[in-house]
Design a protein around this ligand. Sequence first.
Ligand SMILES: Cc1cc2nc3c(=O)[nH]c(=O)nc-3n(C[C@H](O)[C@H](O)[C@H](O)COP(=O)(O)O)c2cc1C
Length: 759
Amino acid sequence: MTEHQRLIGKLLEQYGSWFRDEEALGAGRMTADMHPYKRLFSPIQVNGAWIKNRIVMGPMGNISMADETGRPGTKMIEYFVERARGGAGLITTGVVPVSFKIDPSFLEPGGLVYLPRIDGSRSVLAGWRALAQRIHAHGAKFFIQLSPGAGRVGSPECVVKRYRLPVSSSWNPNFYMPALPCRPLREDECRRLVRATGQAAADARACLADGVYLHGHEGYLLEQFANRAFNRRKWGRFRDPEALGLALVREIRARCGDRFPIMYRIDLSLALRETYGQRMEEVRSLRRFRDERTVDETLGAMRCLVEAGVDMFDVDMGCYDNWWLPHPPGPMPPGCFLALSRLVKEHFAELGVRSNQGLEVPVVGVGKLGYPDLAERALRDGACDMIMLARPLLADPEWPRKAQAGRVGEIVPCIGDQEGCLNEFIHGGHLQCVVNPRTGFEEQIPRDAVPAASPRRVAVVGAGPAGATCATVAADRGHEVALFERREAAGGMLIPGSAPRTKYEVANYRDHLRARLARCAAERKLEVRFGIEATVSMLGEGGYDAVVLCTGGRLTRPPVEGIDGAHVVQAADLLEDPSLAGGAEQVVIVGGGDVGCEVAHFLACELPGAEVRRVTVVEMLPHFMKDSCTANRGYLIHHLEKAGVELWNCTRLARVEPGGVVVARNVSSTVPSPYVTWAPVLPENVKNPLARPIRIEEREVRLDADLVVLATGMLPAPEFYEVCLREQVAPEVHLIGDALAPATVAEAVKAGHAIGRLL
Ligand SMILES: Cc1cc2nc3c(=O)[nH]c(=O)nc-3n(C[C@H](O)[C@H](O)[C@H](O)COP(=O)(O)O)c2cc1C
């Protein structure tokens, strides 16, 4: 094994333990020690494009943002303009397939599409031109990301909706339904893909795009050809893994000329072997992918791509089957792929690799780089030539302008949880953001809130994400706001939610909310009263024009014998006060949703004594974290397994006893393994006709436990609201957040923002 390949194994090890290192944690903070950011805000030439700074907006699928014909419309245009206006030097679109006919997975019945199109019809071109013109008006450059398709990682619904098998390079299992085969594309179809890519690039150029960007990573169709893990063709031109990529680049060059920039996205390694080890031999759907491209082969392929005409790369790692790598969730380290871009940069420098225009080939760093000091340091240290920001620009499109001006504390930090962006796709939505309620709604929600026509006296009760957002928005509009919080600090459920070190990004957001409140208070727009439990009489006597209740939900307890035992605690309480764990060495966590699994990770990997602690999580349903983003779920379950945490699915809590619990466990062989991270849990509205039914064979089992942690969710708590209504404490009373309907932070923030603007 070469040194380069060893780096991949080393990184994978680090991803499970990095948070124990203070310095690594420090890199994920919103500091401004290196301001002014001279490297970040220095221009760069990429073939014919001069780019004003080193910030690239990363590609993020514009699912359901274009019209259903695929033409970029107002929603998509305003979304991008917001990011160009915010100061990014280069804007890239999300994936734009070049042929909906060859890869059937994106095309809906009736010819409708949920992704933007540039192929097929002149009617879409005006949308692209308008988009490019509006981006250029803000001084940014614009690349369109072209993709041959999704192949095996596309939706399998084409089988039932269009009676067509999904496609790939060879016979490969579909990612969502591994029992469903994807057929190999024919040679003539591959040639059509090449021509379609050339045409799409020529159209992109005609639509004023400054370059195109090939989607060669993460195990999408292009990589299904470019990587032996997926490409096992025995004959024809495209059995050579490099053939398709090179053919695409040459075709684009032939159609668009020498000066048109071509960017290429590649993963240095799928890292499947390093992720799954022996499982690569044992698991049927993984076994096929054993023969993956090595790092040295990737470097060789990159050199050939440069010779063919590529001007610039960005480099990451992993694929759908270990999705937490290309889509690094919260617990992944800041700057997680900088070692990869550094390796490529050093390799190019050593071999004197130059583009066909005689320029250095810039390597863009990607992955959790939304910290200005970290980004500047990476550029100064030679880890990369440009910085890609994807999710950080969803959270705050003005990241570049604020960083340039040294207003780093005002940047709204990304919390990396992917629930508002990536997981929104799975449920049928478009790009949004947990911490930025305008993302994806720029065309509907104006940037600046209208100042209040007549300032009113407003009481907001509860300073969690809903209350803090509502209070600051209302105060900024000129209302006189009193914010009551029974704790001594703002944050609500973000306080326990940010306690583990792996939740450093949530801690950043918690601190950001607190700083925003402090700023409003300093400007005398807002009075924050900590340590005060608002009462009905207090609100009634306050003479408020409006009262907004954000008082939070009620944590549930399973109604079983012994649940009030002294060794039973709520997960939220434990996170806030880890001393509740005492010296517990045997812990049972009840509830395998996000909170249960995060607490398990905290107990098994962070809290002192982790080495000797035995942690078991019991969950009634067949899957742990079933509603979470597949990437988040993958990271946690993979690392829980590595830490020796036992996951018992299809298991009900029967009763709690002194020193233990009794559970009813389904021991049938049809219960799925809870440790599967190479296939996703399908959303409930997607029926999998190939799924194996689960038989029920329940047995009672006793588990010793000196600590039982409840992570069984929350219920609404509208009682205080009902009393406030009855007593008519104010002419206007609102109830928002978990007290109304326990949901995600995203919904709390959206509600706080909406009511703050309404008052
Ligand atoms: C919602 C979402 C959609 C994405 N869509 C694409 C895409 O269309 N094409 C692509 O190459 N990468 C896509 N990515 C990956 C990002 O470009 C980026 O590599 C990843 O989010 C890590 O960067 P970040 O930490 O700056 O967000 C997507 C990421 C997210 C969160």
